[in-house]
Design a protein around this ligand. Structure first.
Ligand code: MLT
Length: 319
């Protein structure tokens, strides 16, 4: 007897969308707490695998002999061994643009939190102390220069929000798009170092691929203004943590991070990171994409890709 194609969803996923996979005639297996080491077993009989943060290693690809399609329920594909998948003819797709607003909103949140030191304010109030004197010296954002590295959908969404704060915008991208920059009011920089020198705040919105690994290190931070701000809501592999720590200690750099290198596997556990203890730091737990709006949009896109796959035998866009 021929069985229905099986889709294995190996991460937390909005449960109301599971029914939609079933309506495509797929057999659905939902494993919201699967870890990377459990995945080879969990995905063994799957034709389609949907993951958010769980890493898809070569071992999983090799164990899942029926696998035809991996859907990354997010934008970045750095958690998938694409080379191993391609070698076996397995399609890999992602859901670009679906969580851009969520990431942009968190980015603006970190920028505001750093300027007004909101977490530090709250911590003192919690400890029962009133300290208006200490916290009455923020810079303010109006008229400050925000340097955007990367002008994809997230960089653009941050630019629109920063414009509403009347900030000046400069930008750097490897594939310049002058009309786009102009329409967003962004002055292009010809090098990353130029952007570092001109910006009061730098915000990073590029993929965490091998080309970009360690792009933000000592030579970049030493060109930033004394007391400037660096925000990374993209990938932890982009910055050098030791160089960031040095710049925080020696140049009063303020740092807002949603992403780290490495990040612990799984949803909760100990995390001992050197920057988190420094006073100029504000951080979150890689939650940029974690709004209900974004997760629903991603779930709908994953269903759409599956529909395409069921109807055509292949997704129309694969990485
Ligand atoms: C992304 O790659 O879009 C995000 O990192 C996804 C996520 O954390 O869910």
């Amino acid at each position: 007897m021929i069985r229905a194609m099986r889709v294995v969803i190996a991460d937390k996923f909005p449960e109301n969308y599971l029914l939609e996979f079933r309506s495509l005639g797929l057999e659905v297996q939902y494993h919201p707490d699967a870890s990377a080491s459990e995945l080879p077993n969990v995905a063994r009989e799957a034709e389609i695998l949907v993951v958010r943060s769980t890493k898809v290693t070569r071992e999983t690809i090799e164990a899942a002999s029926r696998l035809q399609l991996v859907i990354r329920a997010g934008a970045g594909i750095d958690t998938i061994d694409v080379e191993a998948a391609s070698a076996r003819g397995i399609y890999v797709t992602n859901c670009p643009g679906k969580n851009s607003v969520a990431v942009a909103e968190l980015t603006v949140g970190l920028i505001l939190a750093l300027d007004r030191r909101i977490p530090q304010n709250t911590a003192e109030l919690r400890e029962g102390r009133w300290n208006k004197k200490e916290y009455s010296k923020a810079d303010g954002l109006k008229g400050k220069t925000l340097g955007l590295v990367g002008l994809g959908s997230i960089g653009q969404a941050v630019a629109r929000r920063a414009a509403a704060f009347e900030m000046n915008l400069v930008g750097y991208t490897r594939s310049p798009h002058p009309e786009l920059a102009q329409s967003l009011g962004i002055i292009p920089c010809s090098t990353l170092f130029e952007l570092a020198e001109r910006s009061d705040i730098v915000s990073v919105h590029i993929p965490g691929n091998s080309e970009n690994r360690g792009l933000f290190g000592e030579s970049f931070f030493s060109r930033m203004k004394h007391g400037a701000t660096f925000v990374n809501t993209s990938r932890g592999s982009l910055h050098d943590t030791a160089a960031l720590e040095k710049a925080m200690r020696e140049r009063d750099l303020r740092v807002g991070l949603d992403v780290y290198n490495p990040e612990p596997e799984g949803g909760a556990g100990p995390f001992d990171h050197p920057l988190c203890k420094l006073p100029g730091f504000v951080g979150t737990h890689h939650i940029g994409a974690s709004t209900e709006q974004a997760q629903n949009a991603i779930a709908a896109e994953a269903v759409r890709i599956c529909r395409e796959f069921v109807q055509l035998g292949q997704p129309l866009s694969a990485v």
